[in-house]
Design a protein around this ligand. Structure first.
Ligand SMILES: Nc1ncnc2c1ncn2[C@@H]1O[C@H](COP(=O)(O)OP(=O)(O)OP(=O)(O)O)[C@@H](O)[C@H]1O
Ligand SMILES: [Mg+2]
Length: 274
């Protein structure tokens, strides 16, 4: 039986400024699913993500992650649940002047005591693991390269490898491909889907590119003005539903259907090539 890993029930958030960022959002995500969260800028995607790790507290409703009730969790409980959550952001957050390998190793710091300086200061078991994770994201050859000399796509792959050191159950990725070119973006999506499958990892990823969501996610949730307006498998999503999410730009005479079909074909070809 698959269990629900992320459970958001009737979540609403109004900030002190009066902005209502989330309106009665209910979402259940089962173990191992890769879900894309899409929506216009300001639609509430990041706010929803921040509720999942307890960085923002709800005005109304409930949030459970891995059976922890985030709203009422103590600091200790939050720390504990966050150990099982990997975070990936648009800005990769690597330490530039150390190697890719050492950055990956730093992902294990939560399970080690005391500070570490240099690759050699980590137990051998961790070094092996870190190299394995770098290999999984196609970055083994760059293990000893300084992080600040890597390309954006390579940095993001290292960031994913680093989060895998935590052996997370959940991965939250807020616009992980926003600053990447299309090919690197597809690569990062492919890696996330692969680890999600291999590790039964639950992934929630926010995206601006509808094509990537359609091409790689198992499920797409669309937010508009803080409300869930779409929640379906990509296969069932057509022009009309995508337009609903992006209603405010529906006046553009862009043929979304054509664009998405084209992207799907391109992505399928790319996936086949892997
Ligand atoms: N701390 C805050 N205080 C006040 N308003 C906020 C705060 N954080 C977010 N908001 C508002 O909540 C709304 C949703 O913001 P959010 O960052 O969740 O959008 P988003 O979908 O992630 O957008 P983007 O695609 O640009 O990242 C916006 O109107 C934003 O201005
Ligand atoms: Mg955001």
């Amino acid at each position: 039986m698959t269990s629900t890993v992320i459970n958001v029930a009737n979540l609403s958030k109004t900030f002190d400024t009066g902005t209502q960022a989330l309106r009665n959002v209910s979402i259940q995500i089962p173990e191992g699913q890769m879900v894309a969260l899409i929506g216009l800028s300001g639609s509430g995607k990041s706010t929803l993500m921040r509720h999942l790790n307890g960085l923002t507290s709800p005005t109304a409703g409930d949030v459970w992650v891995l059976d922890t009730h985030i709203n009422t969790a103590s600091k200790k409980q939050l720390r504990e649940v966050r150990r099982h959550i990997g975070f990936i952001f648009q800005q990769f957050g690597l330490v530039g002047r150390i190697t890719a390998l050492e950055n990956v190793l730093s992902g294990a710091l939560g399970s080690l005591t005391g500070p570490r300086f240099g690759v050699a200061s980590y137990p051998l078991k961790f070094r092996k693991q870190a190299l394995e994770h770098l290999d999984r994201v196609g970055m083994a050859d760059y293990a000893f390269q300084r992080a600040d000399t890597l390309s954006g796509g390579q940095m993001q792959r290292v960031a994913i490898a680093r989060s895998l050191m935590q052996q997370p159950s959940v991965m939250l990725a807020d616009e992980p491909v926003a600053s990447l070119d299309p090919e690197s973006s597809a690569q990062v999506m492919e890696i996330m889907l692969r680890v999600a499958t291999e590790e039964n990892l639950t992934v929630l990823v926010t995206l601006h590119q509808v094509e990537l969501a359609l091409g790689w996610a198992e499920r797409i949730i669309g937010l508009r003005d803080g409300e869930v307006v779409l929640d379906d498998a990509p296969k069932k999503i057509g022009k009309k539903k995508v337009m609903e999410v992006y209603q405010r730009v529906a006046t553009d005479d862009v043929d979304v259907e054509e664009i998405t079909q084209e992207s799907i074909r391109a992505l399928e070809a790319m996936k086949d090539a892997h």
